[in-house]
Design a protein around this ligand. Structure first.
Ligand code: SD4
Length: 319
């Protein structure tokens, strides 16, 4: 078991990996605490403005958060989707895990739940998110923006009266490589306890009410301490249709290597959506890692372990 304990997360979020490792290395089984603390770092740092408050405003200019924590020992989980006015999505998800029999709470009612457990209710908007939204409202939202894309351009944002207008959202820049990124994290403790989780503010200019893949078990993340874990990032509207994290763990269960499992999970999506943007990181229970991606050149992920307590970023080439 040379490679465990270990922390693995999507993208170049080294501070998150470092923090999770510092918690994890303090005891035999601090996997849940390590994952929570690691994701909190990204939420506070607003990693790439796509985790935590002040990023990815929806069509009304509001930032809402998705987050999940999945416990591979108990196969229990907690998640929040489209949660408003609470900054700490991973903590709220953990409260759902630890204080309820439920799995997923959403919207303003998730806010009430989190508030009841002591998380402060506050605005998630910042100057950055307000500017992003103002700019979008003035440009992309206008018919002219669409004149080269659609024969009869209409307003590119709500209110939606026909499916056709709603569909125009697909052409907006909801994800932008290089500046977007959910944190997905996997932690394996010294005792072999595997947990996985996510935290994100979703997709930019989403239709209010949209929830991505991140809080969906098997989509944004999945863990089974008997087998391994996976976490995915990218175009969640597409990814959640394929449950890539579940599929990858099932591939491991059937004997695939982590890299092979990652490739299978991504290619299952690419067969139907060749331009799909996203990546997945997979680990078996020994801490052997594989990754795969599509729609970008290279997909970075970061690990922290006894050899790299500060975290080290590795890359997988896509395609
Ligand atoms: C979502 N999967 O809400 C998230 C966004 C993301 O890298 O991962 N971006 O669709």
């Amino acid at each position: 078991l040379a490679d465990i304990p270990i922390v693995i997360n999507t993208w170049k979020f080294q501070h998150a990996a470092q923090k999770a490792w510092s918690v994890l290395s303090g005891g035999d089984d601090l996997a849940l605490d390590a994952l929570t603390a690691g994701c909190e770092v990204c939420q506070d740092e607003q990693c790439d403005f796509t985790v935590g408050f002040g990023g990815s405003p929806d069509e009304n200019g509001e930032t809402t958060l998705d987050g999940m924590i999945f416990d591979g020992d108990t196969m229990d989980m907690g998640a929040v989707g489209g949660m408003r006015n609470i900054k700490n999505a991973i903590k709220a998800a953990r409260y759902v895990l630890e204080h309820t029999e439920h799995s997923l709470l959403v919207g303003s009612l998730a806010t009430q739940f989190a508030k009841g457990l002591g998380l402060p209710e506050e605005s998630l908007s910042t100057n950055y998110s307000r500017n992003l939204w103002e700019n979008w409202k003035q440009h992309s939202c206008q018919p002219n923006f669409w004149k080269n894309v659609r024969p009869n351009p209409k307003k590119a944002c709500g209110p939606y009266k026909t499916l056709d207008i709603g569909k125009q959202w697909e052409n907006t820049n909801k994800f932008n490589t290089g500046n977007h990124d959910t944190i997905g994290m996997i932690v394996i403790s010294r005792t072999g306890h595997i947990v996985a989780g996510t935290s994100t503010n979703g997709a930019t200019f989403k239709i209010p009410g949209r929830v991505g893949d991140s809080p969906i078990p098997g989509a944004g993340a999945y863990a089974d301490s008997r087998i391994g874990a996976a976490t995915a990032t990218g175009d969640g509207d597409i990814m959640m249709r394929f449950l890539p994290s579940f599929l990858a763990v099932e591939q491991l269960r059937q004997g695939a290597s982590p890299s092979k499992a990652a490739k299978i999970a991504i290619s299952r999506i690419v067969e139907k959506y060749p331009k799909f943007f996203g990546g997945i990181v997979v680990t078996d229970k020994k801490g052997e890692i594989g990754a795969a991606c599509n729609g970008m050149d290279k997909f970075p992920f970061t690990i922290a372990n006894v050899r790299f307590p500060e975290g080290i970023t590795k890359y997988v080439t896509c395609g």
